[in-house]
Design a protein around this ligand. Sequence first.
Ligand code: KIV
Length: 296
Amino acid sequence: MRTQLTAPAIGARKVRDGSEPLVMVTAYDAPAARMADEAGVDLILVGDSVAMVVLGYDDTLQVTVDDLAHHTGAVARGLATSAPDRSAKKPLIVADLPWMSYHTTPVDSVQNAAQLIRAGAQAVKLEGGRKRLPMIEAILDAEIPVMGHLGLTPQSVHAMGGFKVQGREHRAALELVADAKALAAAGCFALVLEGVPDEVARMITDAVDVPTIGIGAGPRCDGQVLVYHDVLGIEDRILPKFVRRYADLKGAGVTALTAFADDVRSGAFPVSEESYHLATDVAETLGLYGMAPIGV
Ligand code: KIV
């Protein structure tokens, strides 16, 4: 039985105390979860970015708790069947609470968080600062670990006037630090910092005792997160400044599918070895004796 990385263990991982930076990547299905596990990541985020990178929407506002639960279940089943080094700890699954799943009442928020836990997550993430504290406290009261998310919070795309870097002005930077302190004091075990200046991420990282995990927030966080489709170059239409592509799976995929199409059209696929055949006696009784196998 492999050891599971837990929210309290993650919550103690501060780089300033000598911890290695945390590695988080998104995943939305079983094969991606197995790849992330075999790569040795610490956390898998079933992000609401699934709306944009998998489901083809322009923003994250279109997905529901049912959608996130569906993908969380796939990730959990993938992890249950992955086969990394036995000494590797099992990554923590964090599922995103989507827009409008924690914006009405604390009771609704707890029920929605519980749905994601029952689907296989061990923690939930939600966006926003101090105004989300009643919901965060209620979810924590239900014994569900919560990861905060501050800065460029994609669920606020309309309120922010677009996907824009946050905390660039003096007052906005201080507000973000105050939000981070409040979320950490409430009991969030980690904070995602998205789309904030490096200097502001450093101020927040220094100000809180829980780890910060950055995306577009510079190198001075306690960890980094990227979207699976960006890291692997499956999504190639936009390349935000903060993304580093480690592979070109879109290019490799198109090359492979083109070769498949060429082989089908030319008759080169499938050959005899890629086909099932009748036993000779059955072929004979069917009057197929002497028929040349495909590809010969
Ligand atoms: O949904 C997501 O992928 C996220 C990351 C950008 C942190 O929230």
